[in-house]
Design a protein around this ligand. Sequence first.
Ligand code: GDP
Ligand code: IMO
Ligand code: MG
Length: 431
Amino acid sequence: MNTVAVIGTQWGDEGKGKIVDLLARHADVVVRFQGGNNAAHTLVVDGAKFILRLVPAGALYPGKVCVIGAGMVVDPIALLEEIAELKRNANFGPDGRLKLSYDAHMVMPYHRAIDRAREARLGKAAIGTTGFGIGPAYEDKVARCGLRFSELAGFAAFERKLRRNLAEKNRYLTAVLKAKPVPVGGLIEQMREVRRKLLPHLCDTAGYLADVLERGQRVLFEGAHGTMLDIDHGTYPFVTSSSCVASAVFAGGGLPGGRLDAVLGIAKAYTTRVGAGPFPTEIKTRLGDRLREKGAEYGSATRRPRRVGWFDAVLARRAMRVNGAATLALTKLDVLTGIDPVRICVAYDFRGARSTEMPQGPVRLDRVKPVYEEMPGWHETLGDKRELGELPRNARRYLERVCELSRARLAMVGVGASRDEIIVLENPFPS
Ligand code: GDP
Ligand code: IMO
Ligand code: MG
């Protein structure tokens, strides 16, 4: 297998970064293909913690090429900061290791201002976005007024377009959103520096990937967010503004259709969500607080406490199907140690009618009641386990049931945050 995608099956933060970091060892190139710095992927290697937002999680291995694909929206200042941090703390470099698509769109300060002003005006109805300008940047892309990295080459024309956009957005910010305008101030100078520092990274990434595959090299596609945050398949409107499912690899990563060999779905052994929106299995009791503390469930991007709930097999099965994922990596099983009994949502109840499908049409996800199956828990610590057979019997039964209900083959089990705290049953890049 030469092309593998790692995709979140819940509402993000499933542990994609850790799995991508693990698989990157067997790949030549790692590609991000959608989203922006609203993603935050945490890697723990030899006790050191790295949070990647824009640079793919292949960054920690010397010699692996990291690609930021055309489908991403990239805050150039955030990218420069991330590159600088990686150079300082992880020997990241030289510049050829990071390839940034000419066609990726830029997130500008006015996108952030609009995102935040809209959320503030929505009050209780807010989506709970990261406030990083992701939605407004994708809006401009689709409206065909966005700024792409390729435009940095001819700076005079870039500057004219930037000023024009800024003037228009400032009118919208002040007149409609009743917010402060974004000053042009140092923005032009800042963009000159962006140009100087990022031009060497710019690349026809789709052409590059075609060459790499022609040479028989291995490419790993790193999904961001999760299927339930997908703009089409997620819990709209409480979603992000990009396509987060496996098919986005083709459009956003520039992979020719049909060239994806395998999709590995990632799920937590329970469920979390940051921001607003329906969450049928949310635990609102003290048990939820306990799980949040045990699992350190605080957003890596915004430090917001994550909402916590039981594993939802109805959503997981749908996500596996939408993504064409056959195998599943289940992370954070260790966090469930000591929780007894454990529960899995096997169906939804809506006004007395039971369904094992995600509600569609007039049936709303925030109105359904989860139907649970209860299983005995386990009390042993799991961090040192490296074989499935070493896990307590009840933990194995839990895994079997989760996979059976999700229609998935178990590929990996996370038993701790560190790179090596994992049980690998099936590696999509066989050695
Ligand atoms: P991502 O956005 O999907 O990459 O996930 P995040 O990095 O935002 O959040 C997952 C968190 O869980 C990170 O802090 C990881 O270090 C941590 N993590 C990943 N796998 C495991 C696991 O198996 N056990 C434990 N305890 N922590 C894990
Ligand atoms: P990773 O890649 C968790 C959520 C936000 C909000 C909604 C829209 O780390 O799994 P946005 O700023 O994207 O317009 O916010 O989407 N969200 C995430 N939640 N993990 C993520 O990424 C997320 N990316 C976006 O909290 O509810
Ligand atoms: Mg995350």
